[in-house]
Design a protein around this ligand. Structure first.
Ligand code: COA
Length: 335
C-alpha cells in the first residue's frame, strides 16, 4: 500500500468559443479597457452558451484528458469534480459527467473549495490512489461563473470567465507522468464573508426578494481578498516545498491561480530564480475561471512544452472560504 505513488498521466481542458472582450464590457458597465488591463491584466474571457452547462464543459475536458492518457471512460473508478457553479444543488455535477462520458464503473462526488478546487480534488485523488481505494481517478474542475456573475457590478463582472480542466490520476507503475510529490491545503473559515454567494443555500432559499436583491450573484470584497491571496499562496508554496523536501531552485515552472496579473506578479517576485517566462499565465485571455484556472494552465503548459525527466511544476491557488493550497508535480519522463 505504502509504495503506491500517484501521478497525473493525462490532462485536458475546455474553453467555450464565445469571447467577451474588455470592449464588450465597456458597453455593459461603466468601465474601460485601460482600467481592466491595468488593474487585472485581463483582455478577454470565455463565456459558455446559454445551453452549455458546467457538466458539459467538464465532460469535454474529461474526454480530452482520457484521450491524452490513452484510456477509456470504463477504466475510471472514481470521478471528483471541483465546482462552485454546479448544474444542480442535487444531484452532483460529477454524476452528470459520469453519465455523459459513460464512466459506468466510477463512483463520483463534488468538492466545494471555490478557486482552490482543483488542488483540493487533486489531493483527494492522491489519497485515494495511494491507499488503494481507487486505481484511476478522473479529476475535473469546471465552472460556469457567468451564471453567478452580476453584470451590473463592474467590480466583479470584469474578472470572471467560464471553462473546465481535467486530469487522470493513477498509481500505475508502468505509466509515465507527473508524480504528485507533495500537496498542502489550508483554510480560514473566519474570512468566509469576504467572498460569498448569499442566497440559494438553506440560509436564504430562493425567493422573489433574494432575486430582486441580486443575492444569487457572487459578492466580493476585492481588496480584502487581494491582501490574503499573495500571503496565503506564498506560505502554501513554502510549506509544500518543505513537505516534498525541495528548494525553490528545484522548480522549473510556477502556475499560480489566474485571478489577477498583479497577484501573479507579486508571486513572481518571491520566486527570484525563475525567469518571467517560467511563470505560466492565461489570465489575459481567460480571466479568472475559479477552480478550473490552474488545471487549464497546466494543460496548456504541457501541450506547449515537453518536460524533461525530473523537471518540476509548482501549482498554487487561493479562493473563497478562504481556501488555499499548493502542489509539486515531478516529471517522470515523456510528459
Ligand atoms: N472599471 C472601472 N472602475 C472600477 C471597476 C471597473 N471594472 N471596478 C471598480 N472600479 C473602481 C471602484 O469603484 C473604485 O472607485 P472609487 O475609488 O471611486 O471608489 C476604484 O475603481 C478602485 O477600486 P478598488 O476596488 O480599490 O480597486 P483595486 O485596485 O482593489 O482592484 C480588484 C479591484 C477586484 C481588481 C482587485 O481588488 C482584485 O483583483 N482583488 C482580488 C480579487 C480576486 O482575486 N478574486 C477572486 C478570488 S479567487
Amino acid at each position: 500500500m505504502g509504495t503506491l505513488k500517484a501521478k497525473i498521466i493525462g490532462t485536458g481542458s475546455y474553453l467555450p468559443k464565445r469571447v467577451l472582450s474588455n470592449q464588450d464590457l465597456e458597453k455593459i458597465v461603466e468601465t474601460t479597457d485601460d482600467w481592466i488591463v491595468t488593474r487585472t491584466g485581463m483582455k478577454e474571457r470565455r463565456i459558455a452558451r446559454e445551453d452549455e452547462f458546467t457538466s458539459d464543459m467538464g465532460a469535454d475536458a474529461a474526454r480530452a484528458a482520457l484521450d491524452d492518457a490513452g484510456m477509456s471512460a470504463e477504466e475510471i473508478d472514481f470521478i471528483l469534480v471541483a465546482t462552485m457553479t454546479p448544474d444542480y444543488m442535487c444531484p452532483s455535477t460529477s454524476c452528470l459527467i459520469q453519465k455523459a462520458i459513460g464512466a459506468t464503473k466510477a463512483a463520483s462526488m463534488d468538492v466545494g473549495a471555490a478557486c482552490t478546487g482543483f488542488l483540493y480534488v487533486l489531493a483527494t485523488a492522491k489519497a485515494f490512489v495511494e491507499t488503494g481505494l481507487a486505481k484511476n481517478v478522473l479529476v475535473i474542475a469546471s465552472e460556469k461563473l457567468s451564471s453567478i456573475t452580476d453584470y451590473q457590478d463592474r467590480a466583479t463582472c470584469v474578472l470572471f470567465g467560464d471553462g473546465a480542466s481535467a486530469c487522470i490520476v493513477s498509481a500505475a507503475k508502468e505509466r509515465k507522468g507527473l508524480e504528485l510529490s507533495g500537496i498542502t491545503l489550508g483554510c480560514d473559515g473566519g474570512q468566509a464573508d469576504i467572498l460569498v454567494i448569499p442566497a440559494g443555500g438553506c440560509r436564504q432559499p430562493a425567493s422573489n426578494e433574494t432575486v430582486e436583491n441580486r443575492q444569487h450573484y457572487v459578492k466580493m470584497e476585492g481588496k480584502e481578498v487581494f491582501k490574503h491571496a499573495v500571503r496565503r499562496m506564498e506560505s502554501a508554496c513554502k510549506e509544500c516545498l518543505e513537505l516534498a523536501e525541495l528548494q525553490e531552485q528545484d522548480i522549473s515552472w510556477l502556475i499560480p491561480h489566474q485571478a489577477n496579473i498583479r497577484i501573479i506578479d507579486a508571486m513572481a517576485k518571491r520566486f527570484k530564480h525563475l525567469p518571467p517566462d517560467r511563470i505560466f499565465k492565461t489570465v489575459h485571455k481567460y480571466g479568472n475561471t475559479s477552480a478550473s484556472s490552474v488545471g487549464i494552465a497546466l494543460d496548456e503548459l504541457l501541450k506547449q512544452e515537453s518536460l524533461q525527466k525530473g523537471e518540476r511544476i509548482l501549482l498554487t491557488a487561493f479562493g473563497g472560504g478562504l481556501t488555499w493550497g499548493a502542489a509539486v508535480l515531478t516529471s517522470t519522463g515523456d510528459v
